[in-house]
Design a protein around this ligand. Sequence first.
Ligand code: 5GP
Length: 115
Amino acid sequence: MSHEPTIFQKILDGEIPADVVLETEDCLAFRDVSPKAPVHVLVIPKKPLVNLADATDEDAALLGKCLRVCDAVAKQEGCGEAYRVVANTGVGAGQSVFHLHFHVMGGRDLGWPPG
Ligand code: 5GP
């Protein structure tokens, strides 16, 4: 069964452009096309995991690397100590792109719980 590549896979493959802010061996970070905060960056693993529920213990180190990239992005973007990382997991949680991604948001007051 063939699956259409996700939009994030197309970004990884260079087929569509993205405003990349950081790249490591394992991860890519680029600005969200529809930002919900002054800083809104998506951090993705280059490995095509669907979401956190698709990850296994074998991916533990990779997930840690993604979170380290989230913090590096927040610092690079000037979020200071206050930023939020979100990984919507599943349609019911609002996931719309089925390649694991972490939203890094900051640059404004972030209420809790989110609306
Ligand atoms: P989700 O709803 O899956 O948690 O988040 C997907 C995010 O991807 C959304 O915030 C949406 O704005 C962003 N997005 C969708 N298509 C593109 C795209 O082509 N480029 C970029 N940079 N972001 C995208």
